[in-house]
Design a protein around this ligand. Structure first.
Ligand code: SDX
Length: 436
């Protein structure tokens, strides 16, 4: 952080002493006003529910420019990573700060590959769930359960332990998601294969059975890998902030990631891809493209709780660059599968066009986000809607663990402990029950 020459002065109209607040510059993006001494000097807190104007940390991992619609992982534009790299190269970048060379990539791939199996005991956790349990309920349980297997071998303050925890989580998430899927189907689990790429391995564990091999289609594997890249990290979003706050107590990293899984499940966050596809299917059922106008009317009606799922973003007030890449992937996958006339894809594009011309959305700077098209691609690959968010969690695990490890490695970090503006009852005495 670079101290700025500019200072912020806080003064009060009631004559309370004013104070100077230092301002820091990042390498790119908005400056920050350092308020760490505010309460000590003024007895006042800042107030920022939802943290819209609050930088919770300093980070070197991911940068978003919401106005430009720009997303950088360690400085590399997402558009370049999505075309020139695969997910494991992106994982190496997010974890270690740079893209791997050939030797580093082979070493990293080997380390991840050799941790893809889970302890055989893990399957007994699944048996406690109903077969129709939501995969995110299962994933919250399974990821939390991993902490039981590695708690004694994880000293979060040991950099080597933090690294092996990262490798284990990246390696085992595909196996766990595939197990959750197989469990819901009543099919046996498929073990990972060390001779397959990360995305192929996942797809084989999902779609192969002991009776039939699954020969992955290269276009679908590339699409799956790209979905992982686009969802890998996204600055201090709700689930990443959850992982940081949870991990700040020094808890087991697997438990902190389980907290991230739980947060991501929400429809305002990672659950939006599932909600978006359900929304498209409902519009399709109710008349399709001809009925979009009626649906948009509901969305604009403040009394309805209807939102255009997959649209809008807390940070992007321009097009989410991931949505553009996901739309391209849609074209590629549907074309490869001969589904170019997929009615839902056509409906989504029609909906996007109408929304982008409608004053309600234009005035509110609402654009498609990563979730608007990802569901259509995943459905075309054969992934059930209920599994979409679990796949988002699979991909985001590398971002969560990279952000958690960055925080723990920061000598200045301490347990997170926000305060509040109290508006409840002032002190009062308890009356005996006969007088209440
Ligand atoms: C993700 O933070 C991240 O980085 C998240 C994420 C990541 O990679 O981690 O990018 C992943 O979560 C993407 C977002 C997925 N969620 C959805 O698609 C659900 C639908 N979107 C909305 O719920 C909403 O847009 C949010 C939650 C994403 C953002 O909420 P905000 O910041 O509260 O929205 P806003 O303040 O910008 O809204 C401004 C106005 C409001 O109307 P008014 O009160 O001004 O009249 O726009 C309205 C909102 O009601 N609005 C929408 C809308 N999103 C906002 N109206 C209809 N449909 C929508 N989708």
């Amino acid at each position: 952080m670079t101290p700025s020459d500019v200072k912020a002065t806080l003064s009060f109209s009631d004559g309370s002493p004013s104070m100077e607040l230092p301002i820091y510059k990042g390498s790119i993006g908005p400056d920050v006003i350092d308020i760490r001494k505010l309460y000590g000097q003024t007895g006042k807190f800042t107030y920022d529910p939802g943290f819209l104007s609050t930088a919770s940390c300093n980070s070197t991992i991911t940068y978003i420019d919401g106005d430009k619609g720009e997303l950088l992982y360690r400085g590399y534009p997402i558009e370049q990573l999505a075309v020139n790299c695969d997910f494991l190269e992106t994982c190496h970048l997010l974890l270690y700060g740079d893209l791997p060379n050939e030797a580093q990539k082979n070493d990293f791939t080997a380390r991840v590959t050799n941790h893809t199996m889970v302890n055989e005991q893990m399957q007994f956790f699944l048996r406690g769930f109903r077969r129709d349990a939501h995969p995110m309920a299962i994933m919250t349980g399974l990821v939390g359960a991993l902490s039981a297997f590695y708690h004694d071998s994880t000293d979060i303050n040991n950099p080597q332990h933090r690294e092996i925890a990262a490798i284990r989580l990246i390696a085992k998430m595909p196996t766990l998601v595939a197990m959750a899927f197989k469990y819901s189907m009543g099919q046996p689990y498929m073990y990972p294969r060390n001779n397959l790429s990360y995305a192929s391995n996942f797809m084989r564990m999902m779609f192969a059975t002991p009776c039939d091999e699954y020969v992955p289609n290269d276009v679908l594997v590339r699409a799956m890998d790209r979905i992982f890249i686009l969802h890998a990290d996204h600055e201090q979003n709700a689930s990443t902030s959850t992982v940081r706050l949870c991990g700040s107590s020094g808890t087991n990293p697997f438990a902190a990631i389980a907290a991230g899984v739980a947060c991501l499940w929400g429809p305002a966050h990672g659950g939006a891809n599932e909600a978006c596809l359900n929304m498209l299917e409902e519009i399709q059922r109710n008349g399709g493209v001809e009925k979009i106008g009626e649906f948009i009317k509901q969305v604009k009606d403040k009394n309805s709780s209807v939102k255009l799922m997959g649209f809008g973003h807390r940070v992007y007030k321009n097009y989410d660059p991931r949505a553009k890449l996901m739309r391209e992937t849609c074209h590629e996958v549907l074309g490869a599968l001969g589904l170019g006339n997929d009615p839902l894809f056509k409906l989504a594009m029609a909906l996007e066009k109408i929304a982008l011309e409608d004053e309600y959305f234009v005035a509110r700077k609402l654009y498609p986000n990563v979730d608007f098209y990802s569901g259509i691609v995943q459905r075309a690959i054969g992934i059930p809607v209920s599994l979409f968010t679990a796949i988002f969690a699979l991909a985001r695990t590398v971002g969560w663990i990279a952000q958690l490890n960055e925080m723990i490695a920061d000598p200045e970090y301490k347990i997170g402990r926000p305060r509040q503006l109290f508006v409840g009852a002032a002190k009062r005495d308890v009356k005996p029950i006969g007088q209440r």
